[in-house]
Design a protein around this ligand. Structure first.
Ligand SMILES: [Zn+2]
Length: 538
């Protein structure tokens, strides 16, 4: 045996032996689990013994949907997440600019504002940003990444480029009565147009920094959609190259954002399939975006918004286009995962999945719906019938709970974020963060799953408390659930013989402490492939 870890409380997420005190590792894999006595009996001269000091151990966490590169880019931005008014937003950007020496042409990017917590309850405007004393172009991006406001300098700078690229139209930019762009951009395609691409060496550098952040949260696997920030081919090449050089310490699964069927066809023609790659860098599913977000009222609903009766949201594709993507995926052995939030978009996507399977049945498609927010009884039935995986972001409770009822009304709000219901119906749940939209710290997500509270601890009994998950269920969604979503439930996701030795050692026993206290729990150590790559400094 290479290593024996003993004297712990190990939550394996394996039905055979759910809790053990010790585990043995051989050749980077879990060799056995059991009591201290059983495991220590396996020791020989070479065995390294690790006393866990009764700490709680879980399988390494796996974030089923996030944007690692966007997170990395955002770390470089001015953070507006705490701003509770437009004045505060203006002051925060002003202070942020002051900290750094800027050339007058440098684009200032500030991100993560949320009008739901603004005193003014409105989006900031170009005129607000023009109050900032700076000659620089400024872009302030909403937390959903689907809305951005530009100051006058940025409007001047980008108006021409944007209209050349045919980006300015009523769908993605607000225009005034004279037809001039007001500075408000809608949709992440338009927004990525104004935020500059990074060079390959810069991408590599910032990714390395984020790997450290992931390990510090106990994340040993992440499934990431990275191509909004740069060309997909470039990003895949960077990851492949880093993987070959052994520079990726966590298991990356790339969700491929390919937004046109022509481009998808040419991808498939290269012979690329889901599951290709190495243990540390794998090709994941095709990732599509079917609608927008609830916050921006762009999630596609079956009926108009309660607080904006003139809109039902935005459907990005026609049914025929989705059908074609599904058909190509099934034929090309590519899994498919679609960002779908509104009940209108969800009905369309689930119907496309059903019809796709009728025409081109495959044995185990593992269709996915990312976010899966606003459902109905009928939609839940459809999930169940096709065993569609719901990729859930529990921390959305914190940002969406204040707006759900006003956006879609009390009745429909009861059918949102119904995770316990999903679990009871045996709909596979995979948990993640959608970082940088929310923090990717899985323990924060577990807190939200089990308390149904916002990060500020409200509402007192949790929002729709009947939908609370147990701690075991929450950890399962962040480990086995996510591993299942990427067809890897036989190689990771639980602490079971034969699986990768990926584990996280926690500072407290999350299974017995007050659920509210889970928010303060930190990761002491993270092991990937049999090696501790992170140890918290005390
Ligand atoms: Zn996302």
């Amino acid at each position: 045996m290479d290593q024996i870890l003993f004297n712990g409380k190990i939550a394996t997420m394996d039905d055979q032996k759910p809790f053990v005190t010790a585990l043995a590792i051989k050749k980077n894999k879990i060799a056995a689990t059991g009591t201290d006595e059983e495991m220590l009996a396996l020791k020989n001269e070479e065995t390294e013994l690790v006393d866990l000091h009764r700490k709680t151990v879980v399988p390494g966490f796996n974030d089923s949907h996030m944007h690692l590169l966007d997170y990395a880019r955002r770390k470089e931005h001015i953070d507006l997440s705490g701003c509770k008014s437009i004045d505060e937003l203006v002051n925060t950007i002003q202070a942020g600019i002051g900290e750094k020496e800027k050339n007058p042409d440098d684009l200032i990017i500030a991100s993560d504002w949320n009008d739901a917590i603004f005193k003014e309850k409105r989006f900031p405007k170009k005129e607000d940003l023009d109050r900032i004393d700076s000659h620089n172009p400024i872009v302030a991006v909403r937390r959903c990444v689907n809305i951005a406001v530009l100051n006058s300098r940025a409007v001047d700078l980008f108006s021409q480029a944007l209209s050349y690229a045919n980006r300015i139209n009523e769908d993605n930019a607000e225009v005034d009565e004279q037809g001039y762009f007001t500075g408000l951009l809608k949709g992440n395609v338009a927004i990525s147009e104004v935020t500059p691409l990074l060079r390959k060496d810069q991408i590599r550098d910032i990714l390395k920094k984020t790997f450290r952040d992931c390990l510090a949260c106990g994340l040993t696997s992440v499934q990431t959609d990275d191509c909004t920030a740069a060309e997909l081919e470039d990003v895949l090449e960077i990851y492949s190259d880093m993987d070959e050089k052994g520079e990726i310490p966590i298991r990356i699964n790339a969700q491929l954002r390919i937004s046109s069927t022509e481009r998808f066809r040419s991808f498939l023609n290269k012979g690329i399939k889901t599951g290709d790659g190495s243990p540390f860098f794998k090709i994941g599913p095709l990732k599509l975006v079917a609608d927008g977000t609830l916050g921006a009222r762009t999630a596609a609903m079956k009926e108009p918004y309660a607080d904006a009766p003139d809109t039902e949201g935005v459907m990005i594709y026609t049914k025929e286009e989705i059908d074609e993507f599904v058909e190509l995926s099934l034929k090309g052995e590519m899994q498919i995962a679609i960002h779908t939030i509104g009940d209108g978009a969800m009905e369309m996507v689930l119907e496309a999945y059903r019809e796709g399977m009728e025409k081109h049945p495959v044995k185990d498609p593992r269709f996915r719906i990312i976010h899966a927010q606003i459902t109905t009884e009928e939609l839940i039935r459809r999930y169940k019938a096709l065993k569609v995986i719901a990729d859930i972001q529990p921390l959305f409770i914190s940002s969406d709970q204040p707006i759900v009822e006003s956006r879609i009304g009390k009745e429909k709000a009861k059918w949102t974020y119904n995770w316990k219901r999903f679990m009871d119906e045996k709909i596979p749940l995979a948990a993640g963060s959608d970082a940088p939209v929310e923090s990717f710290h899985p323990l924060k997500g577990i807190y939200a799953f089990v308390t149904r509270k916002k990060l500020d601890g409200t509402p007192e009994n949790g929002w729709m408390p009947e939908q609370k998950l147990s701690v075991e269920e929450a950890v399962y969604a962040f480990t086995m659930g996510s591993a299942y979503a990427s067809f890897e439930e036989n190689v990771k996701g639980s602490i079971s013989p034969g699986k990768a030795a990926d584990i996280a050692v926690l500072s407290e026993d999350i299974f017995t402490i007050e659920p509210e206290k889970i928010l303060d729990v930190v990761v002491d150590k993270t092991m990937v492939d049999g090696t501790f790559l992170y140890t918290r400094s005390v």
